[in-house]
Design a protein around this ligand. Structure first.
Ligand code: ISL
Length: 543
């Protein structure tokens, strides 16, 4: 491959496959590699450049697969390693690159290493691969420090012999000790294993978490832990300088291949700290959670866009853009609410959402995102216009957040409902007739299926396809420059290259379209007058 194709990742549109919910080939209710392979034409037609597959490894699924028990295998419900290799080859044949998800901060409690650690004595080499400590208090019955787990409760669990182990997420996800050389060697070998099978890169889960202050000092935070090191200069477990040594080592491995492989960081860090992860000898890109979380307001968005591009350009990295993923409320629902930003830990389900308005705004946001310089991520189902399923029956909920929060936070299942492909009733083609999807689909999703989207010329799917086709064809969308043009309050208007203009109206009144421009693609009807209605975006070509 040429140098130009070596830097494909700088502007790639990457489609996130939450495999458990994408397509079920064998009818057991869980998505799988067979289903994914059968639906590859949908992804190729959509016009994305790469796929990111959420963890597909053997796992007890205590956290949807982010609790890995074997990093070199495939969960039997998803298929086999042979099928995985065939899938990678087929995706490549269709021009789609494949990125996997690596989970280095923690394993599953069923991983052989953790089982060996539990069976071994305190102070043993087996225990040293994790973070075991004695408890506090006279009989050691208090956790070693005051850290909180991300899903609720203390970050420590006591073992039968009295020691405690650290887990920043669920108790089934023990944190690894990255000061132990065996941990480093093992992960380098795991990367090589998948690179040798042909994968093009990795998304790194919790890339800001591996390094811990060896003293494990108290945090002094009285409440539910937050993902960022907000308000804390020298945080004992998030975004410590030591993670960068690990990441530099990984970059060297990716670069050692004839066709270099790439990384994208999932790093929730304070503003200004993200660029360090994408320095030239570290990772290639990082998710832009500031953009995802930003309310759909022109001035706030412009600030985030400018800051993202400037901060990352300072280290030579492109920006990325993302509206939804498997951890956050789907943006159709968020944008239908009076407050359109993300609140921690999840946007408030008690605020009603106007889904028609949310859909109009989601369409506008898609044209905004896909006109920005850099890479973009599409979360499966957003191309169909799916909304969050906020009324899943309580007994169906599987996200550990539900249990760990004492049934106060419903968690992230509402954005993970299996995709509707065809037909009028569940399973909507997700699996063969008679399949019971692992999470129930709303009975009225027939208008969201791929089939229904195909027959409607104004569907979300048609909008995404047209936008992605133009993005590939129009040389103006290839550079990394963006020039803001003057525009009324509540609107964003910018130019790319010589002649591509993107105008987004987030105000409550129509605005005149820029002069001497021909509309190429709009997120909603423009009407007869040359006006851009509220909640609408348009791509224009300067005459
Ligand atoms: O999901 C969140 C808020 O809704 C985040 O706090 C999330 O836990 C954080 O983004 C880290 O996420 C990643 O690692 C987790 C896993 O549960 C998430 O699905 C994954 O994206 C632990 O491995």
């Amino acid at each position: 491959m040429s140098n130009a194709s070596d830097s494909w990742w700088r502007s790639a549109v990457i489609y996130q496959v939450y495999i458990r919910s994408f397509a079920d080939g064998d009818g057991d209710g869980t998505g799988d590699i067979a289903g994914l392979r059968s639906r590859l034409p949908h992804l190729a037609d959509l016009g994305v450049d790469a796929l990111w597959i959420n963890p597909w490894y053997p796992s007890p699924l205590a956290d949807g697969g982010y609790d890995v028990s074997d990093y070199r295998g495939i969960h039997p419900a998803y298929g086999t390693l042979d099928q995985a290799e065939q899938f990678i080859a087929e995706a490549h044949d269709l021009g789609l690159r494949v990125i996997l998800d690596i989970v280095p901060n923690h394993t599953s409690d069923q991983h052989p290493w953790f089982r060996q650690a539990l069976a071994a004595d305190p102070g043993s080499p087996e225990r040293d691969r994790f973070l075991f400590r004695e408890g506090r208090g006279e009989d050691g019955s208090l956790p070693p420090n005051d850290w909180h787990a991300a899903f609720g409760g203390p970050a420590w669990t006591r073992t039968p012999d009295g020691q405690w182990y650290l887990h920043l997420f669920a108790p089934e996800q023990p944190d690894l000790n990255w000061d132990n050389p065996a941990v480093r060697t093992e992960f380098e070998s795991i990367l090589r294993f998948w690179f040798d099978l042909g994968v093009d890169g990795f998304r790194i889960d919790v890339a800001h978490g591996m390094d811990k202050d060896p003293a494990l000092p108290d945090l002094g935070l009285p409440h539910f832990s937050v993902m960022t090191a907000e308000g804390q200069e020298d945080h004992p477990h998030w975004d410590r300088d030591g993670v960068h040594d690990i990441l530099r080592g990984w970059r060297a491995i990716a670069d050692s291949y004839a066709v270099p492989r790439i990384f994208v960081a999932e790093a929730h860090v304070r503003p200004g700290r993200l660029a360090a992860y994408v320095r030239p000898d570290e990772l290639h890109t990082a998710f832009n959670f500031d953009f995802l979380r930003c309310p759909l307001e022109a001035d706030r968005l412009r600030e985030v866009i400018d800051r993202s591009i400037t901060d990352l350009a300072a280290v030579g990295a492109p920006a990325t853009w993302v509206l939804s993923n498997h951890d956050e409320t789907r943006h159709v629902t968020r944008y239908g609410r009076p407050h359109t930003g993300v609140t921690t830990p999840l946007s408030d389900p008690h605020q009603p959402s106007d889904l028609d308005r949310g859909t109009r705004r989601a369409r506008a946001a898609a044209l905004l995102m896909l006109a920005l310089p850099g890479g973009a991520y599409i979360y499966q189902g957003e191309e169909l216009g799916l909304h969050e399923v906020e009324d899943l029956p309580k007994e169906a909920l599987q996200d550990p957040m539900w249990e760990r929060s004492g049934h106060t936070v419903r968690g992230r299942d509402g954005c993970r409902v299996p995709l509707p492909w065809s037909g009028d009733t569940p399973p909507f083609g997700f699996g063969p007739p008679g399949t019971t999807p692992w999470l129930p689909q709303p009975g009225d999703w027939k208008s969201y299926t791929v089939e229904a989207n195909e027959t409607d010329p104004d569907s979300m799917l048609k909008l995404y396809r047209q936008a992605l086709r133009l993005r590939h064809l129009d040389p103006d969308l290839r550079g990394e420059e963006l020039h803001w043009l003057d525009s009324p309050d509540g609107t964003l208007v910018f130019q790319r290259g010589n002649a591509l203009v993107c105008a987004v109206n987030l105000s409550d009144r129509p605005i005149p379209l820029p002069d001497a421009c021909t509309p190429l693609l709009s997120s909603g009807p423009l009407g007869d007058a040359p006006l851009l209605p509220p909640d609408t975006a348009v791509w224009l070509h300067r005459d």
